[in-house]
Design a protein around this ligand. Structure first.
Ligand code: ADP
Ligand code: MG
Length: 511
């Protein structure tokens, strides 16, 4: 791509007239003020990041812009004229389109068919020919091959996200809202999306990029607004922003607790988990894991580094018995897990933290208490609700879960706080072994570090073993006692964390 060499070094100054202005936007939910008199200006032809810790009010704000919620107070101006947006259709009429984190697509239809259907909803009728042409054109801008006639179930998560962007482009978006939709992409692929939105911006488009990751904002945005407990605590241009300044705005006093120093080492004793010559198939029948062998001891964190898509996910899923394996052995304290269920693992003290909580592991219709109680550990026999309630209260406090009460349905929590419910529950379950895949990806920086500290302390003081795969090398180096690198389905190197060099690990990850 020719745009590659261009950087953000040129000094940015916003155009004079905002495309969107928010004035005094306020939104209350039972027990919380999600947005507290927000004023904000978004300029055309810019990427404007909306940053904030989990539960700060980011999603509520974009839902107001997209007509999913209406504000209790305040108003929206578009090009200086007051507007009311009461549905996504209204938003669309003003050129505002949301790119969703979980693409709404029908698996059995092709990309082109899906897009025809979703445009039809908005009264646009496009021919298969035109759609196919557009799909190819946008795909080319992303530097990917995407055949419009491919059935959607065959697409990777990234490709589905690209389809979302194509949809926005076909709808003629002037402003795209991206609510954490890039957060869950592998780092390398994220960069392609940045290129794409920068390109969109160069052509006059406007992007509101919602994220809880500071580096995402610093990497892509021209302007950064930080929300904290429902308030706008500051807007900076990219030039004014640096990581410390932004951290202080986001976390206030808590920013002092943010550190990437290596946590105190574990306390390894006997062998806990053994994996022997394991072969596991991926979603498309190929061998994603090709003969992996490793041993996890009690009292250590065994971390697996790797670029997404090198078999880590399949390995972790095989260990927690939600994915079958063809060959090899997984042995926990001498017991072969071949025919054991997830239930067996749970009652035997194995906790599991997946990277997407709503898809695996939390029932969002149920309350926090119920989500803690569903575990077989508690659900066997009579449920002692008093005990579970006090446990829930303890976990809410320890993990600073932002909720009006333990009886709140989980769906009313922000994404990061839903993740905290899951992490709290699973850490509480993991009396022997913790298995995790990108455990802190959905969490803001301060919370992520706190969770790592809790995990490491558990490993040190209670002799729990942990097998953690993560794409985040900061995380790996902070928490690990041993580091294995996984590449193309194989373990290509194992290091004592103390002696491991970052460059060496990185090299093995991409070789
Ligand atoms: N539909 C809802 N009902 C009740 N509370 C909600 C609802 N949506 C959001 N909240 C609350 O509003 C606050 C802000 O949430 P949200 O905007 O999702 O945060 P963010 O996206 O910054 O993580 C949180 O305390 C959350 O629990
Ligand atoms: Mg959110």
């Amino acid at each position: 791509m020719a745009a590659e060499a261009k950087t953000d070094q040129k000094v940015f100054s916003p155009p004079l007239q905002p495309i969107i202005s928010l004035r005094g936007i306020t939104k209350r939910f039972p027990g919380v003020i999600a947005l507290d008199h927000i004023d904000m200006d978004i300029y055309p032809g810019t990427i404007h990041a909306l940053l904030g810790e989990n539960g700060a009010g980011k999603s509520t704000l974009v839902k107001i812009l997209y007509g999913i919620y209406t504000p209790d107070e305040g108003g929206i101006l578009i090009n200086d004229k007051p507007v009311t947006i009461t549905s996504p259709m209204d938003a669309m009429m003003h050129g505002i389109v949301m790119v969703s984190q979980s693409p709404q697509v029908i698996d059995r239809l092709t990309i082109a068919e899906n897009l025809i259907l979703s445009l039809k909803k908005y009264g646009y009728f496009a021919t298969l020919g035109r759609i196919s042409k557009e799909i190819r054109a946008v795909a080319k801008e992303f530097n990917v091959k995407l055949d419009p006639n491919t059935e959607v179930w065959k697409l990777s998560y990234t490709q589905k996200q690209i389809v979302e962007f194509i949809r926005a482009m076909l709808l003629g978006a002037k402003v795209i809202l991206i609510d954490e939709a890039l957060t869950y992409l592998p780092i390398e692929e994220k960069k392609r999306f940045y290129e794409f939105i920068k390109n969109f911006k160069e052509k006059g488009g406007t992007v509101i990029l919602i994220t809880h990751k500071i580096y995402e904002a610093l990497e892509a945005a021209d302007m950064i607004t930080v929300l904290r407990r429902g308030k706008n605590v500051g807007t900076l241009t990219r030039q004014e922003a640096d990581i410390d300044k932004v951290r202080r705005l986001m976390f206030g006093e808590r920013s002092k607790e943010i550190t990437y120093e290596r946590l105190p080492p574990g306390n390894p004793s006997g062998e806990l988990l053994e994996i022997k010559d394991l072969w596991v198939r991926g979603d498309f029948g190929e061998y994603a894991v090709q003969g992996v062998s490793l041993k996890v001891r009690r009292g250590e964190v065994f971390a697996i580094a790797g670029v997404a898509g090198n078999g880590q996910k399949e390995l972790i899923q095989a260990v927690v018995r939600i994915r079958p394996y063809d060959r090899g052995k997984i042995v926990l304290e001498g017991v072969d897990l071949k025919d054991k269920s997830t239930y067996y693992l749970r009652v035997n003290g194995v906790g599991y933290i997946p990277d997407l909580p709503a898809r695996y592991g939390v029932s969002i219709e149920n309350t926090i208490i119920e989500n803690i109680a569903v575990l077989p550990t508690y659900a066997r026999g009579l449920i002692n609700w008093e005990k579970i309630r006090s446990l829930a209260l303890k976990l809410i406090k320890e993990f600073e879960i932002k909720t009006p009460s333990p009886d709140t349905p989980v769906k009313f929590l922000s994404g990061g706080n839903i993740m905290k419910v899951l992490v709290a529950r699973e850490l509480n379950t993991a009396t022997k072994l913790l298995v995790a895949y990108n455990p802190t990806r959905a969490l803001d920086e301060a919370t992520a570090i706190k969770v790592r500290k809790i995990i490491k302390e558990k490993v040190r003081s209670q002799g729990v073993g942990a097998l953690i795969a993560s794409e985040d090398l900061d995380e790996i180096f902070q928490i690990a006692d041993r580091i294995a690198v996984m590449n193309s389905g194989r373990i290509v190197g194992v290091f004592e964390a103390e002696k491991a060099k970052r460059e060496e690990v990185e090299k093995l990850m991409v070789m």
